[in-house]
Design a protein around this ligand. Structure first.
Ligand code: GUN
Length: 286
């Protein structure tokens, strides 16, 4: 391995940039941009992620609130709360943390948050803008990956990129952004046949399969670049990704660590989206 694609150095740059945007916003509008995170239930990983999002928002000078509902709360009650937040001019970004209880219909929920406050980029209007390459809020994890690749000067043009995973939150928007950056994209998923025949040809692997250790050295082309979106705890309580780091590290040119790679970038883009939503709703400029 030549290069560990850590978020650390980029994050301090981004923190300065985003904090200065918040200071300017406060001067102009006499308030801070506000992010509201809505949590339904108490999934332990979600509780940790939402508190990290809140801590980072506060560190950058944003106002922040987490609203937690019991897992048994009927969807109509949560929807009423979201509509109230949509109507509140001092709320700029709203995020409904996933996973949600199974009584919630994801195909309906994506319409709840006003598109101008949809910092996850889940609303069909924002998804449409993303696919058309129009200006708008960015999907946090895929955009965080693109920022990380840009920071490390990894060019995508003419490269063969294989995205493993087709979730609405990572895999699908990731492919759209890679395509816009002139990569040739293979969209692989859990029903893909002979996955390693595709990955072994690929210059870049973006692994968002949700399966710890899925990718080992038998899946990689020597000299490739790997971005690991997975995050799990193994039987030894160690945080690991979808990639078996020790198995692939001698083969690759560059790889993101887990933790310390994609995860913190996702939160940083969420904060950027909240500031952007605040500025756009107030002035139409960022
Ligand atoms: N759960 C894990 N990651 C995310 C995210 O980026 N957004 C939301 N809403 N839920 C998540």
């Amino acid at each position: 391995m030549n290069l560990l694609l850590e978020a650390k150095s980029l994050l301090s740059e981004r923190k300065n940039f985003l904090s200065s945007k918040v200071i300017d916003f406060k001067k102009n509008f006499n308030r801070s941009p506000k992010l509201v995170v809505v949590l339904v239930g108490s999934d332990p990983a979600s509780v940790i992620y939402t508190s990290k999002k809140g801590a980072e928002a506060q560190a950058i000078g944003l106002e922040h609130e987490t609203i937690q509902f019991e897992a048994s709360t009927p969807p109509e009650v949560v929807r009423e709360k979201i509509l109230e937040l949509n109507a509140n001019p001092n709320v700029d970004g709203i995020l409904i943390q996933r996973p949600l209880p199974t009584t919630y219909d994801l195909k309906e929920i994506i319409y709840w948050v006003d598109p101008s406050k949809d910092v996850d980029c889940f609303h069909p209007e924002n998804v449409g803008k993303l696919y058309l390459g129009l200006e708008g809020l960015k999907p946090c994890t895929p955009f965080g990956v693109m920022e990380l690749l840009k920071f490390y000067k990894i060019s995508l043009e003419k490269k063969l990129a294989c995205v493993i995973g087709r979730s609405d939150i990572v895999g699908k928007p990731m492919s759209a952004l890679l395509l816009q950056a002139n990569a040739t994209v293979i969209q692989a998923h859990s029903k893909t046949k002979n996955l390693n025949e595709l990955t072994k040809q690929s210059d870049i692997l973006i692994v968002a399969a949700g399966k710890p250790g899925l990718i080992d050295h038998s899946y990689v082309k020597p000299g490739c670049i790997i971005v690991d979106v997975g995050i799990h705890r193994n039987s030894k309580n160690k945080v690991v990704g979808d990639v078996d780091f020790d198995s692939v590290q001698k083969e690759v040119q560059a790889i993101t660590p887990v933790p310390g790679g994609v995860g913190p970038m996702t939160i940083s883009v969420l904060i950027e989206n909240t500031i952007k939503a605040a500025i756009t709703r107030s002035t139409n400029k960022f």
